[in-house]
Design a protein around this ligand. Structure first.
Ligand code: ATP
Length: 339
């Protein structure tokens, strides 16, 4: 069986008055994939989703499904279903009637006979494991607790596997996006910054924006001495390190990002850096500490708690981190770890 559901977005842009919600954007979503759009509030995720679903028309560009252009088609004539974040359910109808309602709208000649409708409702109830609740009325469930969110995440993955169709998921929760997706598109100001699998997005963010947006990191200002073979020799303070090169130029300035798990604590005589513990937060499997160093704030993961005010030696491995062309820190990023 060939998997269908390839979505191809070419040259799509959208403006609302003076707001450019989407700059010219291309995206290929492979058939059968679980694809998440991730980005800060207002970056254009919902606009792109609505353009795919047919709820917004792009100003330029095309949308195709399995090779057929569908840019001008109304939502009900596209091979997609959209699930809204804010559920739109009728409180006076049962769960089964709410599901069946969608089959009673549209032109009379297109409505399925009662029996077929009942079968399709039963099939949908089975898919989402709600058979036993079909006669209940919907209840508000506005804030899902953590366990319910985890359970729902697993349900989504199970339904994705069972249907073998494409899921396009929109979220600003990066843990959610990284944990369930096969591919993630990171968006910023109406553009796609990077499209890659979750591990690549976390380990090798292509741009400084993605590096800052995903996960936690320590950022150090550096001078680039030499580059070649995908690596950059950078001077941070008095020391020279070899970092992965994300587009820096010899002689220029860089920002070097290290993940908290790349830095280690070390005895004073083996430490590359020393500093004073600022905060210590418990995350179950580890503690995350923020340390003030002469090169700027640093975050690292440790097994045992450290008290604020304690002195700490830190070891920065010779080959760690990624060097990005230096950029001014946008105000929206203030408060994140920026050295
Ligand atoms: P969020 O995570 O907050 O839902 P988003 O990434 O989904 O944000 P969009 O809803 O796509 O972002 O909005 C992108 C930009 O377009 C925002 O600046 C938003 O204010 C603007 N925008 C979206 N829809 C409209 C509209 N119908 N009229 C005017 N501006 C709009």
């Amino acid at each position: 069986m060939s998997t269908t559901g390839a979505v191809s977005i070419r040259g799509v842009s959208k403006r609302f008055g003076s707001t450019l919600a989407l700059q010219i954007l291309d995206l290929e979503i492979p058939p059968g994939s679980f694809f998440s759009l991730l980005g800060p509030s207002g970056c254009g995720k919902t606009t792109l989703l609505k353009i795919v679903a047919g709820l917004e028309r792009p100003d330029t560009g095309t949308v195709s499904a399995d090779g057929h252009e569908i840019t001008g088609r109304p939502p009900e004539r596209r091979p997609f279903n959209m699930v809204f974040q804010n559920y739109a359910l009728f409180p006076h109808m049962t769960v089964a009637d709410n599901i069946g309602f969608g089959l009673t709208t549209g032109a009379r000649r297109e409505r399925p006979p009662d029996r077929e409708r009942r079968d399709r409702v039963a099939e949908m109830l089975r898919l989402v494991r709600l058979e036993s609740l079909s006669g209940r009325y919907p209840e508000p469930l506005s804030a899902l607790d953590r366990n319910v969110r985890f359970a729902l995440r697993e349900e989504l993955l199970r339904i994705h596997q069972e249907l073998a169709t494409t899921f396009l998921f929109v979220t600003h929760d990066q843990d959610e996006a990284l944990s369930i997706s096969q591919l993630v598109g990171v968006m910023n100001e109406g553009r796609l910054e990077q499209v890659a699998d979750p591990q690549a997005i976390y380990r090798f963010p292509a741009t400084l924006f993605t590096a800052r947006f995903i996960g936690a990191g320590s950022f150090f200002t550096a001078d680039v001495r030499a580059c070649g073979d995908g690596r950059a020799d950078v001077d941070v303070g008095e020391r020279r390190f070899s970092a992965s090169d994300a587009g820096v130029a010899a002689g220029g300035k860089a920002q070097v990002m290290l993940r908290p798990e790349e830095l280690e604590t070390a005895p004073a005589d083996q430490a590359t850096l020393s500093g004073v513990v600022d905060t210590c937060s418990f995350f179950g499997a580890h503690f995350e500490i923020s340390v003030q160093t002469p090169l700027g704030p640093c975050r690292l993961h440790v097994r045992e708690p450290r008290a604020p005010g304690d002195s700490l030696g830190i070891r920065w491995p010779d080959r760690a981190g990624i060097a990005y062309p230096w950029e001014e820190t946008p105000s929206s990023m203030d408060g994140r770890t920026q050295g």
